[in-house]
Design a protein around this ligand. Structure first.
Ligand code: ADP
Ligand code: 5GP
Length: 190
């Protein structure tokens, strides 16, 4: 059987990637899972090890990197983040589509190894909206400034993606993405 789809969601912080992924997992009716990344970033108060991320020291991360455990990795906002092969490969072989919430650098690495992956760049139609959403999510001023700075660089790379999704209306964005993922499953069955 062909591998189930590998699906990338990237885009500026606050564009809505996590929200969209939660909706897809809950209600798409498709066999999907979210890959849990490893990171050296400290956990936020509500985050759990092994659920939101594997929270590793730099030493642990480096050891795993040298052992070839990562499918891709990148530095984002001064911390290391990486996708583990063990979060992706076996699942795809078993027919489960894997969602990656990663940055644009990681997306480029995945695309070069898996040219048939499906990639989405999530954005909003106005610049001010990122700031509004990050404030609503409870980020502090320093974190917001750093994330907006990264957002500028990320927006310049949206043309690298298969689909650009403007997440102004959440229902519309989820429906658009779901349709493309369903199509990707269908193509692999035929
Ligand atoms: P990301 O994972 O891309 O950083 P989140 O999914 O955490 O972004 O979303 C950031 C904030 O924006 C959250 O508070 C979320 O509820 C809100 N949000 C997501 N999508 C929309 C939308 N279409 N309209 C309004 N608010 C949204
Ligand atoms: P946060 O710290 O807000 O959870 O994530 C910051 C950024 O890191 C987001 O753009 C997120 O998509 C990205 N990210 C999370 N996990 C990975 C990963 O495994 N690899 C890469 N390249 N980026 C990641």
């Amino acid at each position: 059987m062909a591998q189930a789809p590998l699906i990338i969601l990237a885009g500026p912080s606050g564009s809505g990637k996590s929200t969209i992924i939660a909706r897809l997992l809950k209600e798409s009716g498709l066999p999907l899972r979210l890959s849990v990344s490893a990171t050296t970033r400290p956990p936020r108060p509500y985050e759990q090890d092994g659920v939101h991320y594997y929270f590793w020291t730099r030493e642990q991360f480096e050891n795993q990197r040298q052992a070839g455990a990562f499918l891709e990795w990148a530095t984002v906002h001064g911390h290391w983040y990486g996708t583990l092969r063990s979060e992706v490969e076996d699942y795809r072989a078993r027919g489960i589509g894997v969602l990656l919430d990663i940055d644009v650098q990681g997306a480029a690495q995945v695309r070069s190894q898996y040219p048939d992956c499906l990639s989405f760049f999530i954005c909003t139609s106005s610049w001010e909206e990122y700031e509004r959403r990050l404030q609503k999510r409870g980020e502090g001023p320093e974190s917001i400034a750093r994330r907006l700075e990264t957002a500028r660089r990320e927006l310049e790379r949206m043309h690298e993606f298969d689909h650009v999704i403007v997440n102004d209306d959440l229902e519309v964005a989820v429906a658009q993405i779901r349709k493309e993922i369903e199509q990707a499953f269908h193509e692999r069955r035929t």
